[in-house]
Ligand binder design. Structure first.
Ligand code: C2E
Ligand code: CA
Ligand code: CA
Length: 688
């Protein structure tokens, strides 16, 4: 700021100084020139006058010099010396010897002979010698030297100089004064423009500078600046739009949402009374929809969702799109969860309207996480984390669910973090085991294979269910290493059985979607087979439908085909849960279909599921797949499954999963019982 002001003063001052200096020096130059001429003329004029006087007296002296009449000479000299301007007079003879002097003798002694000093030297001394020859009868008989006082000329010159200087100073002062309006005219607009530029820069206010009085180049400067400001303003708008708004839906984007939420929270914190509800909507199965209908329809759907939510929002309510299929809504002035639920219901109803796209009606659902602020987070970071946790909890509970944040969620996260740490260690220090559960062929009654199931033998907590640690492994990225270890261990166990003379039995290994889509997955499978020397046909990979969510059918098809080409079997696990769709089966070359335990359990509930399962088994067979039923716990279930033509059964009714050796022993028991014609059910070693 200080430097800016200095510059502002600088321009005006410099112009003033320039004007003053120019006028002053011009005046002084003219004055000195005039003085030089005047001084010289005055000296020459005086010289002539004195010479004239000299000639008159020289005539009078001529005779007296000849006669050497000193008294008379002195008489003449005395009357000369009395004349004004004459300081000293001297009469010299032919040989330049002084005959007589009158006046200041000291001057005479030194100056009589030399009279060739310049005018300026003379002025310096204050006197001037004028010499006139004394002539009698045509011959020079002597010389008369008069010393004229020229100090008056000097004084006059001094005063002239002094007054000129004073006049110059006055003139330059006047010039400065008169130049002021001009100065203002030039500098004023520049200063105004500078102020406008400064303001634009400091406050980012892009107003046009209004500079009255600007003309000529300054006007061009002002106009150029204004055009530039318009350009910057437009560009700024465009950048803002890009930075803060979602180009697809026009809604506020994540950054903007965070900014708005932070602002509202800070304001609320100051008022200490207001509170607000924030909802985050995540469209269920949006990836699958996108894959099935194409991205342009996906985009159109998102635009529709944005419009529906935005239309529902009141003036105070802000809708934002913070991710692919995630939308947030901020509803201020909400004090209780009941109030929040009422507001949320409006938005859910809006979203659940059928959306018409290209003649199709699409029905969407969303998982919704909700927080009440400041209750669920007094500071912004915590609020945002808890909102994420609430959404995550909602999604875990299945599509279309709403979850309001509860402090237990945070506790769960901490427990999960603890487990993740332990799992990492278990993976490194052999804390994991694989148990094997026999799979019984229903027509032969013999064990055709095992399912390999990971076990974590925790040093303090004992056995931890894979249902708990597998999702943690998936989330933390440990699943790839864990799955690879299970795969190698299982292949090794299966081949060890064969080497020990057991009948050929397959081993089915569960593969997570994350693990399978990890690059190098196929190589890892190949290596596991090579290292264990297990024939590929004895390895079965169990995959779940989660594998297809968000991926194109093509990718999955390719993977399955490659496994098939390697001679490996594949089975579709957990059929009957989630978004089971028979249409998958037509397109994907699975060898087996595993009917989920929940489905098997429901068989005893009523006829409906029995019919449904019959249809599914029929279809699977038609598509060339065999059907394995999972989780049979009762003999009746086996009877029903047999009557429905299921191919194999796996369940506690035959055997629980157990360690490799025990599993083989149990399998042999079952085989033996089958040979003896009796169905051998529970007993034997094992644990759940
Ligand atoms: P899953 O693939 O559906 O495995 C079958 C689950 O049902 C096993 O639970 C098994 O012990 C249980 N089960 C079998 N018969 C019965 C029965 O008659 N009654 C009851 N109540 N349960 C029965 P487990 O071992 O706890 O495994 C749970 C899940 O963990 C598995 O479900 C699988 O999805 C996952 N999992 C286990 N091991 C691995 C692994 O190595 N890799 C991956 N990715 N997932 C695994
Ligand atoms: Ca399985
Ligand atoms: Ca299963």
């Amino acid at each position: 700021m200080a430097t800016r002001n200095n510059h502002q003063i600088g321009i005006g001052k410099r112009i003033a100084r320039l004007v003053a200096f120019s006028v002053f020096s011009a005046m002084v130059i003219v004055a000195v020139m005039l003085m030089l001429v005047q001084g010289r003329n005055a000296v020459l004029e005086k010289q002539k006058n004195i010479e004239a006087i000299g000639y008159v007296f020289a005539a009078a002296l001529a005779e007296k010099i000849e006669t050497q009449n000193t008294a008379d000479i002195k008489q003449v000299l005395r009357s000369m010396a009395r004349l004004p301007d004459i300081i000293n007079v001297a009469a010299l003879d032919r040989k330049n010897q002084t005959i007589a002097t009158m006046g200041n003798a000291a001057i005479l002694d030194t100056e009589v002979a030399s009279s060739n000093s310049s005018v300026w030297q003379l002025l310096g001394k204050g006197f001037m010698p004028v010499s006139v020859d004394i002539i009698r009868g045509g011959t020079t008989v002597g010389r008369l030297v008069l010393f004229a006082d020229i100090s008056d000329i000097r004084n006059q010159l001094f005063w002239t100089l002094l007054t000129t200087l004073i006049a110059s100073v006055l003139a330059s002062a006047l010039a400065t004064l008169f130049s002021r309006p001009l100065q203002k005219k030039i500098v004023g607009p520049i200063l105004k423009l500078t102020a406008a530029i400064q303001k634009a820069r400091d406050a980012r206010s892009f107003k046009h500078a209004s500079v009255p009085g600007a003309e000529g180049e300054t006007l061009v400067l002002v106009n150029t600046f204004n055009n530039m400001i318009s350009d910057i303003h437009n560009r700024d708008q465009a950048l803002r739009q890009l930075a803060y708004f979602d180009p697809l839906t026009g809604l506020a984007n994540r950054v903007n949402f965070q900014k708005i939420l932070e602002t509202i929270m800070t304001e609320n914190a100051q008022q200490a009374t207001s509170s607000l509800a924030v909802f985050v909507f995540d469209i269920d199965n949006f990836h699958a929809i996108n894959d099935a209908l194409g991205h342009s329809i996906g985009d159109a759907l998102l635009m529709n969702v944005a419009a529906l939510l935005n239309e529902e929002a009141g003036e105070q309510e802000r809708v934002a799109r913070i991710g692919g299929d995630e939308f947030t809504i901020m509803v201020p002035g909400i004090a209780t969860q009941q109030d929040a639920e009422v507001e949320l219901a409006r938005f859910i109803a809006a979203l659940y309207q059928p959306i018409k796209i290209l003649g199709n009606e699409v029905h969407l659902t969303a998982s919704v996480g909700a927080v009440l602020l400041p209750r669920d987070g007094a500071d912004f970071g915590v609020a945002q984390r808890n909102l994420d946790l609430a959404l995550h909890a909602a999604k875990q509970r299945g599509p279309g669910r709403v979850y309001f944040y509860k402090p237990e969620l945070t506790a769960t996260i901490e427990i999960e973090a603890e487990l993740e740490k332990g799992l990492r260690i278990a993976l490194q220090e052999d804390g994991l085991e694989v148990h094997y559960q026999p799979i019984i062929n229903l027509s032969s009654g013999r064990v055709e294979g095992f399912e390999a199931l990971a076990r974590w033998n925790h040093p303090e907590k004992g056995y931890i269910s894979p249902g708990l640690f597998i999702p943690i492994a998936e989330k933390s990225g440990l699943i790839s290493a864990l799955g690879d270890w299970v795969l190698r261990t299982s292949c090794h166990a299966a081949n060890t059985w064969i080497a020990a003379g057991e009948p050929e039995r397959s081993v089915a290994v569960n593969i997570s979607a994350a693990q399978m889509l990890h690059s190098g997955f196929l190589d890892k499978v190949r290596r596991a087979l090579e290292e264990s020397k297990l024939p590929a046909k004895l390895l079965c990979l169990e995959l779940t439908e989660s594998l297809f969510v968000g991926k194109s059918m093509n990718t999955v098809q390719k993977l399955l085909l490659e496994l098939k080409n390697m001679g490996i079997k594949t089975s579709l696990d957990d059929f009957g849960t989630g978004y089971s769709s028979l249409s998958y089966l037509e397109h994907l070359p699975f060898d087996k279909l595993k009917i989920d335990r929940a489905f098997v359990k429901s068989l005893s509930n009523g006829k409906k599921n029995v019919d449904l399962l019959q249809g599914i088994i029929g279809l699977a067979h038609a598509l060339g797949m065999s059907v394995v039923a999972e989780g049979a716990e009762k003999i009746e279930e086996i009877e029903i499954l047999r009557s429905l033509n299921a191919d194999a059964v796996q369940g506690y009714v035959f055997a629980k999963p157990c360690a490799a050796l025990a599993a083989a022993a149990r399998a042999n028991e079952i085989d033996l019982a089958a040979l003896n014609g009796s169905v051998k059910t529970v007993g034997g070693p094992g644990r759940t």
